[in-house]
Design a protein around this ligand. Structure first.
Ligand SMILES: NC(=O)c1ccc[n+]([C@@H]2O[C@H](COP(=O)([O-])OP(=O)(O)OC[C@H]3O[C@@H](n4cnc5c(N)ncnc54)[C@H](O)[C@@H]3O)[C@@H](O)[C@H]2O)c1
Length: 462
């Protein structure tokens, strides 16, 4: 099928690349000309395992193109994905201005010559499906007014006879395994009021539903949840709110463990074996971050508020997380007392491993507070250090290798669970430090190995 994906970030680019790999003819549109040029040259502007390889092979096969020309994208696509960012406003509401701009742009390029499916892939507030329809119509009407001379009539939605439906198709991929998740999803959610649109979406996703590109090709078909627009939009928010709450829950348990002398890793194992609970998202640590959980939980709280409901549990989920982000700092103060004049080395900067995304990363808050308390902060991160991408980082010296990081540090804090951190030469690192103390902010390192290397090891909730 002919597909247009608008917005080539973590979601849009991965969606476009994977759909083209699955055999569709895809054009990806972005209004960032620099990014478009980079992609046209075969390079990915983001890091995701396996993405560059698939991108290059689809381009060579002639099924994947990049452009900044929205009109060309709208003309090409039977199915148009909106995959632009929806960051949080300072109030916690979702900032939908990018979605609005794209919807308006689509409207201004629709000519009614063929039926189109407009898909909200961006995470948008509940009710956005109808809102996007309205904005598309507004865009079309404005364009019509420009085309028809004053007093010449025209311009009404009916006269434009635009044939399109809006579908909500929320995305559940995880950064760091986005390509894998796209080909191995737990489910596909499709919300729409138009049956024609649903049929086209089901056809689009057939190769994925049938697991043609899955790791386990014999696994049962991917479940497709077909529902109304609002329920599909709510599924995305509810999923992220649940996962964030699960992490805040285990972090709360960890804080109690710390006080009573229990080990949260053992507790998580013990409760995770209960099939009603499950063992995922039960790793205690320095809290959740990234580009989705913080903004999506806040947006849901805000939506509830708009409708006169106080989402107390979700507010507590956020509060617990805000406090948890300071837990490593409290442990540093407990161990080192005065932080003024001390040097702290952060192992990892990104909000999770295998991504270069620094949005709302717990490391940022840690750097800010350590600076405020007078500590010098250094960091090493496999992607940030080696790519040279500093993401506007201030107040931190980014070192080029772990040993330079350890040199003259009073403490190390493990911030991101990068696999390669398990293989570091900790004996050497301990010998280079002023005080070989490690705060394991993710309970990821092995206490015995660290202690054998000469470290004083402090985990979270153990
Ligand atoms: N990142 C994730 O892990 C993830 C997972 C699930 C859902 N989501 C949701 O998907 C959406 C996209 O997230 P992302 O992380 O990919 O965002 P991103 O910020 O990485 O990418 C957005 C892209 O849209 C482009 N853009 C902005 N305005 C545009 C316009 N008018 N025309 C064309 N391009 C435009 C930007 O240049 C950028 O390349 C968000 O709503 C997010 O909540 C993200």
């Amino acid at each position: 099928m002919r597909v247009c994906v608008i917005g080539t970030g973590y979601v849009g680019l991965v969606t476009g690349v994977c759909l083209s790999h699955a055999g569709h003819e895809v054009i990806c549109i972005d209004n960032n000309e620099e990014k478009v040029k980079l992609m046209q040259s075969g390079q990915s502007p983001i890091f995701e395992p396996g993405l560059s390889e698939l991108m290059q092979s689809s381009m060579e096969a002639g099924r994947l193109q990049f452009s900044s020309d929205l009109g060309a994208g709208v003309k090409h696509g039977e199915i148009l994905f909106i995959a632009v960012g929806t960051p949080a406003l300072p109030t916690g509401e979702s900032d939908t201005r990018y979605v609005e701009a794209v919807a308006k742009g689509i409207g201004s390029h629709l000519d009614g010559s063929s039926y189109k499916v407009i898909v909200n892939k961006s995470t948008v507030p509940i009710g956005s499906g109808d809102w996007v329809r309205m904005i598309i119509m507004d865009g079309a009407k404005e364009r019509q007014k420009e085309l028809v001379p004053a007093g010449g009539g025209g311009g009404s939605a009916e006269e434009l006879k635009l044939a399109f439906d809006v579908v909500s198709n929320p995305e559940f991929l995880r950064e760091g395994s986005a390509v894998y998740d796209t080909f191995n999803p737990d489910r596909i959610v499709l919300g729409s009021n138009g049956s024609r649109a649903i049929t086209m979406m089901e056809e689009l996703y057939q190769p994925i539903v049938k697991r043609q590109f899955a790791e386990d090709k014999d696994a049962p078909e991917v479940p497709v949840v077909v529902t109304d627009l609002s329920s599909a939009e709510m599924i995305k928010y509810a999923a992220n709110a649940f996962l964030a709450t699960k992490i805040s829950f285990i972090n709360e348990v960890a804080n109690i463990c710390d006080r009573v002398g229990a080990d949260v890793t053992q507790v998580a194992k013990g409760i995770g074996l209960d099939s009603r609970i499950g063992n995922k998202f039960l790793n205690a640590g320095i809290g959740w971050g990234g580009s989705c959980f913080p903004k999506d939980v806040s947006a849901l709280v805000h939506t509830a508020d708009d409708y006169g409901y106080e989402a107390e549990l979700l507010k507590a989920t956020i509060d617990v997380n805000c406090r948890q982000r300071l837990v490593a700092l409290e442990k540093l103060q407990h161990e080192l007392k005065i932080l003024k004049g001390k040097t702290v080395g952060l192992l990892g900067l990104t909000f999770k491993a295998d991504t270069d995304d620094m949005r709302d990363a717990p490391a940022l808050i840690m750097i800010e507070h350590l600076n405020r308390l007078g500590a010098k902060v250094k960091a090493f991160d496999p992607l940030v250090s080696q790519s040279g991408l500093r993401h506007g980082l201030t107040g931190v010296i980014v070192e080029t290798d772990p040993e330079r990081l350890a040199d003259s540090c009073d403490a190390l804090v493990l911030v991101t669970e990068w696999k390669q951190f398990l293989e570091l030469d900790f004996n050497k690192m301990a010998s280079l430090m002023t005080d070989p103390l490690v705060i394991d902010g993710r309970n990821y390192l092995h206490r015995e190995i660290m202690e054998k290397a000469g470290f004083r090891y402090v985990g979270v909730g153990r």
